[in-house]
Design a protein around this ligand. Structure first.
Ligand code: AMP
Ligand code: ZN
Length: 476
């Protein structure tokens, strides 16, 4: 098997990678701040992390991924106060939207989604440890800060020039620039609005709340151990967030916090980073309403290497839509029972083996999505030509199916028919609603008739826990 290599921001090099125990990759990825629905920029990063975990699985490793949900921070508190709510009331619906969008994009769930507010005791314990070893101190403002000049490794991830470090000066806010590399807040003294919105807890330093950086260190070490295999996020998190996570964790344990640091590049629109404050965000919900299938969005994101900037444009999305239509047509042809009876050729089997080898070589070499996609489309072209020859060989068709599935287990770019056809999805939802109403008035004859109508169009339904789920079991 080819060597597995990954770019490590810590060393600025592509290096051989394997989990420390040889079996399970323990990875921590910084998740969303749940005060606004995540935009496609955020999801570019989450899709890169989905690619990463699926490639690890393809390589034969297990994955234990932890993705935090930041459910207490300045922005959430401000929103809660404005709306007269608690922070939990602000974050709960957004959390739901996050998972709905994530599922739409077929992003595999992380093994754990810890919420910051569920880990306050672990965070306090970590601050206590840092105070005890002399790298943290309580300032006159009642907050506890990390003293960056007490930690010699400070700046190693972001390669801070020492002249930029202003030790002794303090910064209370969570996000700040490299020019302001200063002692940062671990624990913030409570203000009246924190109390009012349910964002204050008791601590040895009085009422307060955790800083953002502290959350991730405490949850990562609690759930994954003191040295992770890999820590990931968007490139904007390198400084200060990840630099500060390293400082807090390593000052407390004396061990490396993460063996690898992996960062995805930005999604841009018209040359600018997609960001709420720029006002150029596009949501998954909006794309879904416009009928853009998840498969096309995955194709669009994976078709640029994760370390390169990616520009969102109508032309690029259109190209991805066309690409995944080809994938679907090929998939339908390959899985049609006629494919087996007509059969393939020895060349089809060769094309299948070569496609798998090419895709694996690309993915195992720093997650090269564009090359893996090229291997898939090259295979489709060759396989179509071989299937045209109706060679009568069933085994080669089975081999082609297995190859397709193996590559697609990572890319996951076969569009659902309903994804690609929002009108069909709307019709299905409408019929399910009518069936629910029929059942409510105990008109079971009508309910059965609607089920038969759905079945006739290839839709299977299943009632579970008061909900009706549906899926397409065959092409319409
Ligand atoms: P946030 O909710 O702002 O904490 O961001 C969640 C994740 O999305 C982080 O890993 C960010 O680095 C990432 N992110 C934010 N904006 C973009 C963007 N335009 N392109 C790619 N990743 C982004
Ligand atoms: Zn984090």
């Amino acid at each position: 098997m080819s060597e597995f290599r990954l770019y490590n921001t810590l060393t600025r090099r592509v290096e051989p990678f394997a989990p420390a125990d040889g079996r399970t990759v323990r990875m921590y990825t910084c998740g969303p701040t749940v005060y606004n629905p995540a935009h496609l920029g955020n999801f570019r990063t989450f899709l890169f992390e989905d690619l990463m975990r699926r490639v690890f699985q393809l390589r034969g490793w297990q994955v234990r991924q932890v993705m935090n949900l930041t459910d207490v921070d300045d922005k959430i508190i401000r929103r809660a106060v404005e709306q007269g709510k608690t922070i939990a009331e602000v974050t709960a619906p957004i959390e739901e939207i996050f998972h709905r969008d994530r599922e739409y994009l077929r992003i595999q769930p992380a093994e754990v989604y810890p919420k910051a507010t569920d880990f306050i005791p672990q965070m306090i314990a970590l601050v206590e440890r840092l105070v005890a070893c002399g790298v943290a101190y309580r300032a006159e403002d009642g907050s506890v800060y990390f003293a960056i000049d007490k930690f010699p490794g400070y700046g190693k991830l972001s390669r801070l020039d020492t002249r930029e470090v202003k030790s002794g000066a303090r910064v209370l806010q969570d996000d700040y620039s490299k020019e302001n590399a200063q002692d940062f807040a671990l624990w913030k003294a409570a203000k009246p609005e924190d109390e009012r919105s349910g964002a204050a807890w008791d601590s040895p330093w009085g009422r307060g709340r955790p800083g953002w950086h502290l959350e991730c260190s405490a949850m990562a070490m609690d759930l994954l151990g003191e040295t992770l295999d890999l820590h990931g996020g968007g490139i904007d998190l390198i400084f200060p967030h990840h630099e500060d996570e390293i400082a807090q964790s390593e000052a407390a344990t004396g061990k490396p916090f993460s063996r690898f640091w992996c960062h995805g590049a930005f999604l841009l629109t018209e040359g600018a980073k997609m960001a709420k404050r720029v006002g150029n965000v596009i949501t998954v919900e909006g794309l879904r309403r416009d009928g853009v299938p998840a498969a096309a969005l995955r194709h669009f994101v994976f078709n640029t290497h994760y370390r390169k900037e990616l520009n969102l444009s109508d032309e690029a999305l259109e190209a991805s839509l066309q690409g995944v239509r080809r994938v679907r047509d090929f998939h339908d042809r390959l899985y049609d029972p006629a494919a087996l009876s007509l059969g393939g050729t020895p060349e089809l089997a060769t094309a299948a083996d070569e496609a798998v080898a090419a895709a694996e070589a690309a993915l195992f070499d720093d997650l090269n999505g564009p090359e893996a996609l090229a291997a898939m489309f090259n295979f489709i072209r060759r396989a179509n030509a071989e299937l045209d020859r109706r060679g009568g060989d069933r085994d080669s068709v089975e081999r082609a199916r297995a190859a397709f599935e193996r590559i697609n287990s990572v890319l996951d770019i076969v569009p659902d028919r309903a994804d690609a056809d929002p009108a069909l999805a709307t019709w299905i939802e409408e019929r399910i609603g009518a069936r629910r109403e029929a059942r409510a008035r105990r008109d079971f004859g009508e309910a059965d008739r609607i089920r038969a109508e759905l079945t006739a169009r290839g839709v299977a339904i299943e009632d579970a826990g008061g909900e009706t789920r549906w899926k397409l079991v065959r092409a319409t």
